[in-house]
Each structure stands twice: as structure tokens, then as C-alpha cells.
Ligand binder design. Structure first.
Ligand code: PLP
Length: 408
């Protein structure tokens, strides 16, 4: 197999052909500004409103007006949290979790330095929150709660409706980072006790650089970007028209195919996990006891380093990722796995495989054929494990052209 096996769809996805086709006219002849009065602009505005309805349908919003287009998930998260904080200036407490994406983590750390008190809810070994801990954390001073729908590293899904009920009972606004959930599981925000919800186009086959923030009708939302009157004064700046059209088309296609595709993807993911568990000694799946996204598998290989595995997988043309955030050349163990109290000997060897509707059984077989070879080789190097092995692993680890380093 010469082509790449792309199992890194939680990082980003391939643009669907029908999405690229829908965008094309808005990159070429239909270049009008949607704010213009003339027909040339008005037809673009009309297309944006169609895309708004398509995105609203994907997440089950009651009214397309509740959708604000943004540039990405990070912007949506920032706009939501900062907006809610600004709307309740007398409240100085934020509740979130230890396993959020850096878009929320980094922002809340920043707000902590600016004088907010932040409660960082922990998770158990299965990656699950304790709802009593959440309930007990809410006070009269709580400005907002921001909790992710599904974890980007493990795929673990939080019980958003139950969480929302607890938060709503206290009259506190609730934001959900649904960047990894949208397009992978069915969402019905209309019936959910959720006030704001962030999604991002490039996670479900739209291009990068376009996202959306759902703001429930009636929720006070000061704009994050100020200036013009676009997006009904909620997000200034001339619209990314082609991106919006693409996100609408991707939302439409994803919604129509969701049930069928997610079942297929879950089958492939389970097949991958079962085979890895059988063929790789000292391997386990993080978060497997919890409800998870159908496409995500976070696999830990004991005593190994995720990055070494990735390099060797890449040499076989297989794209995956570690769960860890890399900073300036040194790799930090994943904050998500640490929060799950994954033991040190399993922590570094985590690899995330994330599938999409483009994934095939043939690709899963290919990964299942190559992964044990890589693991055997690296485990051989570190088997002696902690004694001479580690030293030896440092010297020998990953080199090209050494028998496993051949692109298949
Ligand atoms: N939130 C979660 C859970 C994510 O997984 C990501 C991206 O990986 C983001 C937010 C940020 O989205 P974007 O890349 O569109 O800024």
C-alpha cells in the first residue's frame, strides 16, 4: 500500500468533494460582499443564510438565528467564555474540567491570573466526571460553566444533558465545547439545557478557518469581535463566505449520513482495537469503559513512547497522533491521561487513532498488520525495559531503513 492511511481525523478531516464544489463559485465569480445592498451582494447573503440553516440542523438548533459564524473552534470557545464572563461582571468564579482542549484550558488559566477563581473538575480512571463534585462546586459567585461534549484525546463523552440540568437549576450559563462531537454523534441542542455550544468545520469535512457558535435565543451575549454589524452585531468582520458555504454543505452531508456512517466507523474502530489488544502485548485502550465517540481510540503501549511509535507508523504511511501536547521540543505527557491517573509506565506510550467516513476495512487491516511489528520492535528495545533496555532504546530508537522503516 503506497498511499497514506489517515487515522488522525480528530486533528482535521479531508474536505468532501461536494463541499469543495459548493465553495468554488464563492471563490471565483460570486465574490460580492454579503453586506452590500445590490443584488450581487444579496445573493451571497442569501447563500449564507442557507448555510446557517444547514448548520442549525446539524446540531438540532431551534432557529438558525442562534448560529454565529466564527473563524474556528478556538474563537467560538473564547467568544463564549469571555462573553459569559463579561455579561456577569460581578461573578468571579468559573467551573470547567481538567481535560478540556487548550482552547478552554489556556483561556481559563489566563482568567485565573486575572483574578477569577477557577474550579478544575477532575475525572476518574475512565475519564468520567463526578456530577456531585460539579454540583458542589457551583456557588452564587459562579459566572459560567464550560465543559466539553467529547474529549479530543480519548473520545470520552460527558453526560451533557445531566450536567446542563445541574447547572441550569442554579441559573448559571452553560457553554459546551462540542468541537469533537459535532458531526460524529447526533446533537439536539434545542432540547438540551445548553446555552452556548461551539463547533468547528474542519472536524467534519469542511475547510479549516470556519466555525460556529450556537447562542440560545434570549441568552445575553456581548460580541467578542467588535466593529461592523455582521452576524447581527454579534461577530464583526466581513464573512468568510466560501468557508461558510463549505461548512453548510459539510453540515448537510454529515447530518444526512450520520447514523449510517457512525455505525460503520464504530465497527472499524472496534475491529482495530480488538486486533491491537490481541496482537500487542502490554497494550490497553484508555477510556474504553465510558461512552465514547465512535471514531476515536486512545491506545497505550506500556513502557513505550508514543512519539517513537508515531515515527515508525509514519514510515509505513500511517498517520496517527499522540495525545500529548508538545512544547518546544520536549514532550509533556497528556494532561487528559494524567487527569485519568494513568500510571507512569502507560502514560508516555499513548497513541490516538481517529477514523472518519473515508476510513476503510483495508486500512484497518493494514494498521493491524504493521502496528504489532512496530510495537514488538520498540518493546524489544525497551524490554529490558528499565535496566539496560532504556539506555539501549535511546541509542537505537527510531532509525530509518532498519527493517521496519519501510513505507508499505
Ligand atoms: N475544542 C476541541 C475539543 C478540539 O478538539 C479543538 C481542536 O482540536 C478545538 C476546540 C479547537 O478547534 P479549532 O482547531 O477549530 O480552533
Amino acid at each position: 500500500m503506497g498511499s497514506e492511511v489517515y487515522f488522525d481525523n480528530n486533528a482535521t478531516t479531508r474536505v468532501l468533494p461536494e463541499v469543495a464544489a459548493a465553495m468554488q463559485p464563492y471563490l471565483t465569480e460570486l465574490y460580492g460582499n454579503p453586506s452590500s445592498i445590490h443584488r450581487f451582494g444579496a445573493q451571497v447573503a442569501q447563500k449564507i443564510s442557507e448555510a446557517r440553516s444547514q448548520v442549525a440542523s446539524l446540531i438540532g438548533a431551534a432557529d438558525p438565528i442562534e448560529i454565529i459564524f466564527t473563524s474556528c473552534g478556538t474563537e467560538g470557545d473564547n467568544a463564549a467564555v469571555r462573553g459569559m464572563a463579561e455579561a456577569r461582571p460581578d461573578k468571579r468564579h468559573i467551573v470547567t474540567t481538567q481535560v478540556e482542549h487548550p482552547a478552554i484550558l489556556g483561556l481559563c488559566q489566563h482568567l485565573e491570573k486575572r483574578g477569577y477563581r477557577v474550579t478544575w473538575l477532575g475525572v476518574n480512571h475512565d475519564g468520567m466526571l463526578d456530577l456531585e463534585e460539579l454540583r458542589n462546586s457551583l456557588t452564587d459567585d459562579t459566572a459560567l460553566v464550560s465543559i466539553m461534549y467529547a474529549n479530543n484525546e480519548t473520545g470520552v463523552i460527558f453526560p451533557i444533558d445531566k450536567i446542563g440540568e445541574i447547572v441550569r437549576a442554579k441559573g448559571i450559563p452553560f457553554h459546551v465545547d462540542a468541537v469533537q462531537a459535532a458531526g460524529k454523534i447526533s446533537l439536539k441542542v434545542k432540547d438540551s439545557p445548553v446555552d452556548l455550544l461551539t463547533i468547528s468545520g474542519h472536524k467534519f469535512h469542511a475547510p479549516k478557518g470556519i466555525g460556529a457558535l450556537y447562542v440560545r435565543r434570549g441568552v445575553t451575549f456581548p460580541p467578542f469581535i467588535m466593529g461592523g454589524h455582521q452576524e447581527k452585531n454579534r461577530r464583526a468582520g466581513t464573512e468568510n463566505v466560501a468557508g461558510i458555504v463549505g461548512m453548510g454543505a459539510a453540515a448537510e452531508s454529515t447530518r444526512k449520513n450520520l447514523v449510517q456512517e457512525s455505525e460503520k466507523i464504530r465497527g472499524l474502530r472496534d475491529q482495530l482495537e480488538d486486533a491491537l489488544l490481541e496482537s500487542c502485548p502490554d497494550c490497553r485502550i484508555n477510556g474504553r469503559n465510558s461512552e465514547r465517540l465512535p471514531n476515536t481510540s486512545n491506545v497505550s503501549f506500556r513502557y513505550l513512547e508514543g512519539e517513537s511509535i508515531l515515527v515508525l507508523l509514519d514510515q509505513f504511511g500511517i498517520c496517527a497522533s499522540t495525545g500529548s501536547a508538545c512544547t518546544a521540543g520536549s514532550s509533556e505527557p497528556s494532561h487528559v491521561l494524567r487527569a485519568m491517573a494513568v500510571a507512569p509506565d502507560w502514560l508516555q506510550g499513548a497513541v490516538r487513532f481517529s477514523l472518519s467516513r473515508f476510513s476503510t476495512a483495508e486500512e484497518v487491516c493494514y494498521v493491524n498488520e504493521k502496528a504489532p511489528l512496530i510495537v514488538q520492535r520498540l518493546q524489544g528495545l525497551s524490554a529490558l525495559g528499565k535496566l539496560a533496555g532504556q539506555q539501549q532504546a535511546q541509542q537505537e530508537k527510531p532509525r530509518t531503513g532498519n527493517g521496519v522503516g519501510v513505507r508499505g
